[in-house]
Design a protein around this ligand. Structure first.
Ligand SMILES: Cc1cc2nc3c(=O)[nH]c(=O)nc-3n(C[C@H](O)[C@H](O)[C@H](O)COP(=O)(O)OP(=O)(O)OC[C@H]3O[C@@H](n4cnc5c(N)ncnc54)[C@H](O)[C@@H]3O)c2cc1C
Length: 376
């Protein structure tokens, strides 16, 4: 470990409420269970932690990347020389429209004024609160190239149909570190509809928002009223849901923004109907996705009006293996692994598929998953 990382680790360990690890194996933090060490792995438990982290990283000019649950990412076998940040405690709170707060270890129930996005005015106005200054590090997680494909499914851009019934209070507020599964269950228990599509999608709310996670027809972006982000270099900012493009598997969020919290539209529904929708979605997922083996979900975005999985399947690639990685026999857009796989095996299959699809159809498949540590 270089002096700069060692000094940063010492300073962060002293200053932060959250834990700070050096040379942390990323295999522990990804659904693929692959990936070598990150030079630093920083658990930011509070906004103060996050601000202090950026002050230290800025002072040593160290690169950083933000990670949720690592369910949409492939980390290189050699790891990454940078600081991987993750949001814990304060960022795991969830408030239903009736103001009942769930989660957030050690936080207990808090009223609205304790929330990050409130900006001292109930979160109703756009604004920015300065919470620290530092020099930006480069973000290490590489987004896929922007896609020009048209947006296909239901998209309400955060607007509500006039037929919808708003839950009194109207908003579900959740930290970016909340698991999507926790959010979906809380919505169900609170009689809030509109989140059923997300049942079974692994990861955090922050990751889901960054990826605009969802199905072919519904995505998280359509229920966003606002996001509170930490903008490296300037501090907190509020972004209205309809300021972002929310394209297919991309939010359009600026690369240096870390999502901290979201206000989500809460529309009341019939619990029985919500349950039925969730069960149907879960059953579809169980039938079509290889859920018993490590993966990062769909590797490629669907090209316009096509299914990446169907294109790969038609080339007879289901079951194709390199080392311990395999094109799933169940869903050709999933690459699954066994215990002996390396990230290099997964990458080799990705590159092979791209080449074969290009040769056969003239289509350049775009990555849906993100990569860390493969630069150069
Ligand atoms: C079995 C399986 C099934 C899946 N099914 C689906 C599906 O049906 N639909 C779907 O859309 N996805 C699916 N996925 C992919 C994945 O679950 C989603 O993309 C998920 O939303 C990623 O969340 P995460 O917290 O794991 O993000 P990570 O993988 O940790 O990060 C993904 C990206 O989001 C960024 N990010 C994370 N947190 C923040 C934050 N707070 N602020 C800013 N950026 C952030 C990261 O930098 C990275 O670029 C599946 C994955 C698996 C393993």
């Amino acid at each position: 470990m270089s002096d700069a990382f060692l000094c940063a680790w010492q300073e962060l360990s002293r200053q932060l409420k959250g834990e700070v690890f050096k040379d942390e194996p990323m295999a522990r933090h990804t659904s693929y269970r692959l990936g070598g060490p990150a030079a630093l792995y920083v658990e930011c438990a509070t906004l103060r932690d996050l601000s202090a982290t950026f002050a230290v990283l800025g002072a040593y000019q160290l690169p950083w990347a933000i990670l949720g649950k690592g369910s949409n990412i492939l980390v290189a076998d050699q790891g990454w020389r940078g600081a991987v940040l993750t949001l814990t405690e304060e960022f795991k709170r969830l408030r239903l429209p009736d103001e009942q707060t769930v989660g957030g270890r050690g936080e207990g129930a808090r009223d609205a004024t304790g929330w990050i996005g409130d900006f001292g005015n109930g979160g109703r106005e756009k604004g920015r609160r300065h919470v620290g200054n530092h020099r930006d590090g480069a973000r290490g997680i590489v987004p896929p190239p922007s896609s020009s494909q048209p947006f296909g499914g239901r998209y309400t851009h955060g607007q509500q149909s006039t037929a919808d019934t708003q839950v009194p209070g109207g908003l579900l507020v959740a930290g970016a570190g909340v698991l999507l599964s926790t959010l979906v269950q809380a919505a169900f228990k609170g009689g809030i509809r509109g989140f059923e599509f997300a049942v079974g999608i692994p990861g955090t709310l922050g990751g889901a928002l960054a990826m605009n996670a969802g199905t072919a027809k519904e995505w998280i972006g359509s229920v966003v009223r606002s996001l509170t982000v930490y903008r490296s270099g300037s501090g907190l900012a509020r972004i209205e849901g309809d300021e972002l493009p929310w394209n297919y598997r991309q939010s359009g969020l600026p690369a240096a923004d870390i999502i901290l919290e979201a206000e989500l539209w809460a529309t009341s529904g019939h619990t029985g109907q919500i349950r039925a929708k969730m069960e149907a979605a879960l059953n579809r997922r169980k039938r079509s996705q290889p859920l018993t083996k490590p993966s990062a979900g769909s590797i490629f975005k669907n090209p316009p009006d096509q299914s990446a999985g169907a294109l790969i399947d038609a080339l007879g690639l289901k079951g194709f293996t390199i080392g311990g990685a395999e094109v799933s026999p169940l869903h050709a857009n999933f690459i699954v692994t066994n215990g002996s796989a390396t990230a290099a095996d997964v990458l080799a299959i990705i590159l092979m598929i791209k080449q074969r699809v290009k040769e056969a159809y003239g289509i350049e498949l775009q990555n849906e998953i993100r990569f860390l540590g493969f630069e150069g």
